[in-house]
Design a protein around this ligand. Structure first.
Ligand SMILES: O=C(O)C1=C[C@@H](OP(=O)(O)O)[C@@H](O)[C@H](O)C1
Ligand SMILES: C=C(OP(=O)(O)O)C(=O)O
Length: 455
């Protein structure tokens, strides 16, 4: 699914011939889909996920749950379900998730999905046998020690041959005691989300206390809390008058729900950037009015960089002004937006400073090093700071943009290619991690008549 044989090793990023004017339907959110799968698998009754994202990260999550015994059925429409009206209105494809006893032995391939490698070890601790975790070479380098240590403190037995990283085996004991635990989640908010998501099934629930430097990606933790509450879990949070950096989940059964997955707003980013870069207009249908997705911050960030946006019944319409301004911004809450913002900043009329994202060095690749190197090889002037990037725009030229198996590097390169002739994106198929149809969506955005011609 991820490696389409039709995609060339070097994808010539199309140059925009003018202002884009398009409506782009963006597939479902990776973060919502993978949380929805985990929560449904841990529920006490079957549930539905409608418009789930089907990408490498979410298919790995579904497959991992299946290998542990969970039923996940694909359906073409919602008509035979007991779904709510809103879900029926969503129509389209759906996954029916049928929870079952979690069984080992099993082997989980995490690929390079942070959500799979962090969210599933607590689930595996509830299984009745050993669950082996392995993945792409990069997954061995990504931080996991916080989850491993916390699970051990909560009663799990784990054999981590690579000491604090993958590969490893979680020896599920059929149940986990749970209770209080301290964790340093400064390298990834997913450590906190991982413990909270499975905690309703721990005997004592959980109290997670983050200790250490700043915690990144808070909107993703809010997403975890919101989704837990939507399936009936009781969660106390710092926001609700609780102690700072402390989350509590009470043990209890989770309900099977019918959830319509929102479009992935972080994957909407390159399309919104296209409006900004070309002085055009892009509409993303189904942009939610309220959401915990960090991509919603693009409304503010890209407006500050030179566009304007309007949320209507048609969705979010973003309009570029023809000018792009630099920005000085802390992206700690919305780190996954950094590559796309860096691409736009490299084309701006003034310098930018992107701060608060040191943890990106341990994402799919070292994103700070990769963006610096690749933008500079096209003639840019980017320097790494201790916690981000300083970008001084200069005229860029064409060349190969290496992507290091990082979907967001590939989409960032496509944004540069709109304005710079001759950009070739290495391994654009890596976008399949979260957005398998990216090359077709991109060319259709630039030529909205293309799908009709193909039909
Ligand atoms: O919980 C999630 O769904 C995510 C949390 C964030 O991780 P980090 O806190 O590790 O940056 C984000 O970057 C990632 O793309 C998705
Ligand atoms: C950091 C990201 O992914 P992951 O879920 O693998 O951490 C991302 O999608 O930008």
């Amino acid at each position: 699914m991820t490696e389409s044989p039709a995609l060339p090793a070097l994808w010539p990023a199309p140059l925009a011939s003018g202002a884009v004017d398009a409506t782009v339907t963006v597939p479902g959110s990776k973060s919502v889909t993978n949380r929805g799968l985990v929560l449904a698998a841990l529920s006490s009754e079957p549930g539905w996920l409608r418009r789930p994202l089907r990408s490498r990260d979410t298919l790995l999550m579904a497959e991992a749950l299946r290998t542990m015994g969970v039923g996940i059925e694909e359906t073409a429409s919602s008509s035979s379900s007991s779904s709510s009206g809103s879900a029926d209105a969503a129509g389209g494809e759906a996954w029916r998730i049928i929870p079952a006893g979690l069984h080992g032995p099993a082997t989980v391939d995490v690929g390079n999905a942070g959500t799979v490698m962090r969210f599933l070890p607590p689930v595996a601790a509830l299984a009745d046998g050993p669950i082996r975790f392995d993945g792409d070479p990069r997954s061995y380098e990504r931080p996991l020690g916080g989850v491993i240590d916390a699970l051990r403190a909560l009663g799990a037995r784990i054999d981590d041959d690579n000491r604090g990283a993958l590969p490893m085996t979680v020896f599920g004991g059929g149940a986990l005691e749970g209770g209080r635990v301290e964790i340093d989640a400064s390298s990834s908010s997913q450590f906190v989300s991982a413990l909270l998501l499975s905690a309703p099934r721990f005997n004592q629930g959980v109290e997670v206390r983050h200790v250490g430097a700043a915690l990144p990606s808070m909107p993703h933790i809010r997403m975890t809390v919101d989704m837990l509450r939507s399936v009936g879990a009781q969660v106390d949070t710092p926001e609700a008058g609780g102690e700072p950096n402390v989350w509590r989940v009470t043990p209890g059964a989770l309900l099977g729900r019918d959830l319509v997955v929102e479009p992935d707003l972080s994957n909407a980013q390159p399309f919104l950037a296209a409006a900004l870069v070309t002085g055009g207009r892009v509409t993303i249908p189904d942009w939610p009015e309220r959401t915990t997705q960090p991509g919603d911050a693009l409304r503010e960030i890209f407006t500050a960089m030179g566009g304007s946006c309007e949320l209507t019944d048609q969705g979010l319409t973003f309009t570029g002004s023809g000018r792009i301004h630099g920005i000085d911004v802390d992206l700690g809450e919305v780190g996954e937006l950094t590559p796309g913002i860096a691409a736009v900043a490299a084309l701006a009329d003034s310098p930018s400073t992107l701060r608060g994202v040191a943890h990106l060095r341990l994402h799919e690749t070292d994103r700070l090093a990769a963006l610096t190197k690749e933008l500079n090889e096209l003639g840019g002037d980017v320097t790494e700071t201790a916690d981000g990037l300083h970008i001084r725009p200069r005229p860029l030229h064409g060349g190969i943009f290496h992507t290091y198996d990082d979907h967001r590097l590939a989409t960032a390169a496509a944004v540069i290619g709109l304005a710079v002739e001759g950009v070739e994106v290495e391994n654009v198929a890596t976008t399949g991690k979260t957005l398998p149809d990216f090359p077709a969506l991109w060319t259709d955005m630039l030529d909205p008549a293309a799908p009709a011609r193909r039909a």
